[in-house]
Design a protein around this ligand. Structure first.
Ligand code: NAD
Length: 367
């Protein structure tokens, strides 16, 4: 295979917090990558981060702009909190740098559209950090839908969450996260089903958000409760193009073990995916396929894949897929045009919740 670059790709890491660890751990294993630079707004954080990984020659900067001005980079990992995703990604693309951007894509639909405009102008690869897609069990969901066994899909129920599992750090304030459970784990549930059914365009959303747990010291550490100002629960009824409706709910905390399994209903069959948080690619148990066979209503269990197929794990695979797309001049493994629809649904849930009524989703011209 002829590679676009016949040398190591020079990578920069923007934001050296928690998720940057998995990026660096994976990139360190790759022979065709050099981790050249890193940036973090918190003084000394990037330096300490790379030292921990034994990467002492990495040049460190106090923000992404100065890093990209002073370094010749081929690619960056945008590992910042949600509210700086758009700025960092657009700045990198404008400098002609390939980008792997962590999930959620950003905070608003408008930011997502601005990112895609910059991507189109740049001609560079932009992919999104949705690693669950690379899990064999998750891939199976799409394979089942694509096989036609379910017929025409008309109803999807998805979401999930935790009885108690409110994160902390930069996830719980509007100034850094922008959105709460919706952006943290909601985007994964949406991606799981929308990717399976071919990412139909979202049309309207009736959404609800609440935060009865995060700010309450009965359920959250008092210090975190005092600064908590994002959603910890969201629900929505979404109409998608092609006469499909999507019933969605997500929670960081609730008084029940799960708000339900994921189900995909079609005219020829239905699929049940036991409740999952998705982020690590896990499904909550064997999936079940329901069909009529020779006039009998039957249930079939889909055996779980055991994970040996992918010894490096989904986090490694997501970075590898990004690099392979750069080196082959190929398509982004998780394309932004798809995740625009994911972000638009999240944005519409927030808008609808604020207005207390259904809202339409309009897309601006990003050609
Ligand atoms: N794919 C996954 O499984 C996964 C898991 C966890 C987090 N995430 C996502 O990764 C992102 C970061 O999460 P985290 O837990 O690492 O957060 P974090 O708060 O630990 O780290 C983010 C870092 O980015 C830095 N930063 C912000 N803006 C910057 C800028 N302009 N230039 C340089 N540095 C900047 C902050 O100072 C902070 O140190 C979030 O969007 C989150 O949703 C993804």
């Amino acid at each position: 295979m002829k590679k676009v670059y016949d040398r190591k790709l020079r990578f920069g890491i923007i934001g050296t917090g928690w998720i940057a660890e998995s990026h660096v751990e994976c990139l360190k294993e790759m022979e065709d990558v050099e981790i050249a630079a890193g940036a973090d707004l918190i003084p000394g954080k990037a330096e300490a981060f790379f030292k921990r990984y034994g990467l002492e020659g990495v040049h460190c900067y106090p923000d992404h702009k100065s890093m990209m001005e002073q370094e010749k980079l081929d690619a960056v990992c945008v590992c910042t909190y949600n509210t700086t995703h758009a700025e960092c990604t657009i700045d990198a693309l404008e400098k002609g740098i390939h980008v792997i951007l962590e999930k959620p894509m950003c905070v608003t639909q408008k930011e997502a559209e601005d990112i895609i405009r910059a991507e189109k102008k740049s001609g560079r690869v932009l992919t999104l950090g949705f690693q669950p897609r690379l899990d064999e069990n998750m891939k199976m969901i799409k394979k089942i839908v694509d096989s036609g066994e379910l017929g025409k899909i008309y109803y999807i129920q998805t979401g999930g969450g935790r009885r108690r599992g409110i994160p902390n750090s930069t996830f719980i304030e509007k100034s850094t996260a922008g959105i709460g459970a919706l952006g943290d784990i909601g985007c994964y549930s949406l991606d799981m089903v929308l990717n399976a059914v071919g990412y139909p365009k979202p049309l309207t959303v009736s959404g609800y958000t609440s935060s009865y747990f995060g700010p309450n010291p009965k359920y959250n550490n008092p210090k975190d409760a005092a600064r908590f100002d994002v959603d910890d629960f969201a629900a929505a009824f979404v109409r998608l193009e092609g006469d499909i409706v999507l019933d969605f709910r997500i929670a960081w905390a609730m008084h029940i073990d799960t708000p339900g399994d994921t189900i995909i209903m079609g005219t020829e069959g239905a699929l049940r995916i036991p409740s999952t948080e998705c982020w690590n690619g896990s499904v909550g148990g064997p999936m079940k396929l329901y069909k009529d066979v020779a006039g009998a209503q039957v249930e079939m269990e889909i055996p779980l894949c055991d994970g040996e197929y992918n010894s490096h794990g989904v986090f490694y695979s997501k970075l590898r897929a990004f690099i392979d797309a750069i080196q082959t001049g190929g398509r982004a493994p998780v394309p932004s045009e798809q995740i625009l629809y994911n972000q638009a649904i999240i944005d519409a849930i927030v808008r609808s919740a604020a207005l207390g009524r259904e809202v339409e989703i309009q897309f601006s011209d990003i050609s």
